[in-house]
Design a protein around this ligand. Structure first.
Ligand SMILES: CC(=O)N[C@H]1[C@@H](OP(=O)(O)OP(=O)(O)OC[C@H]2O[C@@H](n3ccc(=O)[nH]c3=O)[C@H](O)[C@@H]2O)O[C@H](CO)[C@@H](O)[C@@H]1O[C@H](C)C(=O)N[C@@H](C)C(=O)N[C@H](CCC(=O)O)C(=O)O
Ligand SMILES: Nc1ncnc2c1ncn2[C@@H]1O[C@H](COP(=O)(O)OP(=O)(O)OP(=O)(O)O)[C@@H](O)[C@H]1O
Ligand SMILES: N[C@H](CCC[C@H](N)C(=O)O)C(=O)O
Ligand SMILES: [Mg+2]
Length: 484
């Protein structure tokens, strides 16, 4: 493709060399460049891509997009200086792949919890309604029936536009994608045309990256700020910051709520292990998903479908038959003991899942929670997650999640700081996650409920930077079957 074509809409602050040339691919990692590529030098959290300009030029790249042109340039290479290389990458990736987001209806879902659930339900719903649909999510990406492995919740702009182009080529009418706050700040969604945005909620998470909660709110809000007037912005009115998201958006503002008047309104009639009985916009409907937090997710899905002009009765009828995303409140039973595997990895998610179980259990059984916290992630949520787990469980086993490059023992000790003296007697610390699950199964009696939080659908455990096969559902089922 011609370089000039992909420079459309890019504000160039300085230029050395010729923009009239053919380029083969866009790359932002020096370890992946090949001849005639365009290399983007990006200032990251660990290193600065500008340090690799010399080596990528030696490797044959023909264009360098950067924030500072090196003092010594190489003849034949084009150096393009921009204010922010990440912004340029987003826009140029969209141009390179023919702006696929504008050729389908792209709906972005953001919020601390619920993104995967909402996006997955929308994908399943619209497939059932007969459309060709794409899904970009934490668990995996889908193009109709094709499944593509996901590396991030929101992929980098090159991967993202490649996926969207594939969706367009596959005839997709809609794409439902999760928009993480990291993606907004790192401009992974720059240059995309959204037909709508949905906000689920915002609670404590990712303060390692955003530093303050205020910055975290601003990151989520920035997504709505740039939605065009042709799009809709659907927010959760019951969330304290729900309206904040809509403050500066040009999009058509819409709301959903359980506790107050809103464009899309529901009441919970019954919440049990069998599912949710809701009254949505005066229709009585039963859903397979469990927990009041899922009433919000279902309402967001329903509202989105209505804003996309779908028939109310067909939507509600179809939604009744759907299950949620893998690893979210996954329910199993063996030897009379109930096991629940859930991706709760924030204080609010842990509280939601455990309070749901507290509200719907019969009362005599005990709840044993196994919980860890990820390494190289927000440390401030560790003691809080342990405290919430203790407040809502009869026994808690503190263990490892994905320690990544951190010492697992240290993470567990940081969680222990949140356990109050009165809660200490119900807490055990077992760093090895398999051992923790085994112990919980031995402590449980028929009727008891074991909640395994944090890893949901994940099929690995990352320890010391190495990913080992680990599947919470597999291990819990195996251990539940071993006891007798
Ligand atoms: C903190 C974070 O988001 N990091 C992402 C970021 O990497 P970074 O800023 O650390 O990059 P860096 O290592 O400092 O390097 C800077 C630049 O130099 C380049 N480089 C680096 C080394 C080298 O030898 N050569 C080279 O060219 C890099 O390719 C990069 O362009 O940009 C990379 C490329 O897109 C991402 O892969 C990486 O995701 C890391 C792996 C990650 O774990 N991210 C998580 C936190 C994340 O993004 N999570 C959200 C979900 C959160 C949620 O809602 O729960 C997600 O959307 O997945
Ligand atoms: N609407 C909600 N409000 C609060 N908690 C929720 C909600 N929906 C789901 N949860 C809890 O959060 C967990 C994660 O849900 P989900 O995967 O849908 O969120 P997510 O926003 O995609 O998370 P991530 O940012 O890690 O991708 C669930 O397993 C459940 O415990
Ligand atoms: N998207 C989240 C997932 C956390 C999942 C949990 N299992 C962990 O590893 O901390 C993150 O990257 O922070
Ligand atoms: Mg997700």
């Amino acid at each position: 493709m011609q370089l000039q074509e992909i420079l459309y809409g890019i504000a160039i602050t300085n230029l050395v060399g010729n923009t009239n040339k053919e380029v083969s691919a866009l790359v932002f990692d020096s370890r992946q460049v090949t001849q005639d590529d365009v290399f983007f030098a990006i200032k990251g959290t660990l290193s600065d891509g500008h340090a690799y300009i010399g080596s990528v030029v030696s490797a044959g790249v023909s264009v360098v997009v950067c924030e500072q042109i090196p003092e010594e340039t190489v003849a034949g290479v084009t150096y393009i200086q921009v204010a922010d290389s990440s912004v340029a990458l987003g826009k140029m990736a969209a141009n390179f792949y023919g702006n696929p987001s504008a050729k389908l209806q792209l709906i972005g879902i953001t919020g601390t919890n619920g993104k995967t659930t909402i996006a997955t339900l929308l994908f399943k719903l619209f497939r059932e309604l007969g459309y060709k649909v794409g899904l970009i999510s934490t668990v995996d990406n889908h193009i109709n029936d094709r499944v593509i492995v996901a590396t991030h919740t929101t992929p980098n702009p090159i991967a993202l536009n490649m996926l969207l182009q594939d969706m367009v080529d596959s005839g997709c009418d809609y794409c439902f994608m999760e928009v993480s706050s990291h993606a907004v700040v790192q401009h992974r969604i720059e240059g995309l045309s959204f037909a709508g945005g949905v906000f689920s909620n915002i609670t404590h998470d990712h303060l390692d990256f955003h530093v303050t909660f205020d910055n975290y709110i601003k990151a989520k809000k920035a997504f709505f700020d740039v939605l065009p007037s042709s799009a809709f912005a659907l927010t959760n009115l019951d969330d304290k910051n729900g309206m904040v998201m809509l403050q500066n958006t040009k999009a058509v503002k819409k709301t959903y709520a359980l506790k107050q008047l809103a464009d899309f309104k529901a009441n919970i009639i019954e919440n049990s292990f069998n599912g949710l009985h809701l009254n949505i916009d005066h229709a009585d409907v039963f859903f397979k998903l469990v927990g009041s937090f899922n009433a919000y997710n279902l309402l967001a899905v329903y509202g989105t479908a209505m804003l996309l002009d779908q028939d109310q009765l067909t939507v509600l009828t179809t939604l009744t038959s759907l299950t949620g995303a893998e690893g979210r409140f996954d329910y199993m039973m063996a030897n009379g003991i109930i096991g629940i595997v859930d991706y709760a990895h924030t204080p609010d998610a842990v509280q939601n899942v455990l309070s749901t179980i507290h509200d719907i259990r019969k009362g005599t059984e005990q709840v044993i929670t196994i919980i860890g916290c990820g390494g190289d992630r927000d440390k401030t949520k560790r003691p809080i997650m342990a405290q919430v787990a203790c407040d809502w469980s009869d026994k808690v086993i503190l263990t490892s999640d994905n320690p990544r490059t951190e010492n697992p023992q240290t993470i567990v000790e940081e969680m222990e700081k949140g356990v109050s003296p009165t809660n200490r007697r119900k807490t055990l610390s077992i760093v090895d996650r398999r051992e923790a699950i085994k112990t919980a199964c031995h402590l449980a009696k028929p009727g008891d409920i074991i909640v395994l939080a944090g890893k949901g659908h994940e099929k690995y455990q990352e320890i010391n930077g190495v990913r080992y096969h680990f599947d919470d559902k597999e291990v819990l089922m195996e251990q539940l079957n071993l006891i007798s």
